[in-house]
Ligand binder design. Structure first.
Ligand code: NDP
Length: 244
């Protein structure tokens, strides 16, 4: 049996997919958790599955700074510190630029980019005060490579990678770590957020044929979290073996 993970971890976007799998893995490892997302019923199911674990849940939309701040403040008041913030929320309503889906572009920027920045803004004062902490963001292979029909989604993930690398450089002397998790295709509900029929069909097919499971990615998050203070895992790329 492995040693319990004695850490307070906040997960934004914990209600399904990678966030849910990470929450479940961390609960099994004995971590203290604050789980947030918009779908409270899904968070309740996760909490109820681990009666022995110390898990709080809170409804929050990552685009609303006051809601993100309330999650962080409640975790800090309840548990006395925050060791890790996992900024994982994201959507992917991809389509060719020519489709001109400006509302989807704005929503992607608000959730995928501003959501991460809101988490950083809320947690950093606490972590600076602690002179310790760890912020993790779910980026993507799409934060390293641009795919056609995914320009805006890729743009949000390139932005996340730049922001998280900037955070690492600015905060290393405060002992605050920054980790970018960059998965390839993962079998999750994310693919239901694609609105373009043709794009959606080919992406869904590939993901179902050879995509990673959320549990595969959760293991990578745990690996980054469960490191000594001197070790900073700055970027992990986890591709399905068959992905280009
Ligand atoms: P899911 O759709 O299963 O999970 C997305 C999570 O984000 C849910 O918990 C959802 O919760 C949350 N979320 C979305 N919008 C908001 C919001 N406005 N406020 C709060 N939470 C929100 O997909 P994944 O697990 O795949 O996605 C997780 C991350 O992984 C995303 O950042 C995605 O871009 C990234 N990623 C996914 C890949 C894949 O192939 N699946 C590949 C690479 C990266 P709720 O709806 O309840 O609010």
């Amino acid at each position: 049996m492995s040693t319990p993970l004695n850490k307070v971890i906040v997960i934004m976007g914990a209600s399904s997919g990678i966030g849910e799998a990470t929450a479940r893995l961390l609960a099994e490892r004995g971590a203290t958790l604050m789980l947030a997302a918009r779908r409270l019923d899904r968070l309740q199911d996760i909490r109820d599955a681990y009666p022995q674990a110390d898990i709080r849940i809170k409804q929050a939309d990552v685009t609303q700074f006051d809601q993100v701040e309330a999650v962080i403040q409640e975790a800090n008041s309840a548990f006395g510190r925050i060791d890790v913030l996992f900024n994982n929320a994201g959507i992917m309503p991809t389509a060719p630029l020519a489709a001109g889906h400006r509302e989807d572009w704005k929503q992607m920027l608000d959730i995928n980019v501003m959501g991460v920045l809101n988490g950083i803004a809320a947690a950093l004062p606490i972590m600076e005060h602690q002179q310790a902490g760890h912020i993790i963001a779910t980026d993507s292979v799409a934060g390293h490579v641009v795919y056609p029909e995914s320009a805006v989604y890729c743009g949000t993930k390139f932005a996340v990678r730049a922001i998280m690398e900037g955070l690492r450089q600015e905060q290393r002397e405060n002992q605050i770590k920054s980790t970018i998790i960059s998965p390839g295709a993962v079998q999750t509900e994310l693919y239901t957020t694609i609105k373009d029929q043709t794009v959606g069909e080919s992406l869904r097919q590939a993901q179902q044929e050879w995509g990673l499971t959320s549990e595969d990615v959760a293991q990578a998050v745990l690996y980054a979290i469960d490191t000594p203070d001197r070790v900073s895992i700055s970027n992990l790329i986890i591709r399905p073996t068959q992905q280009q």
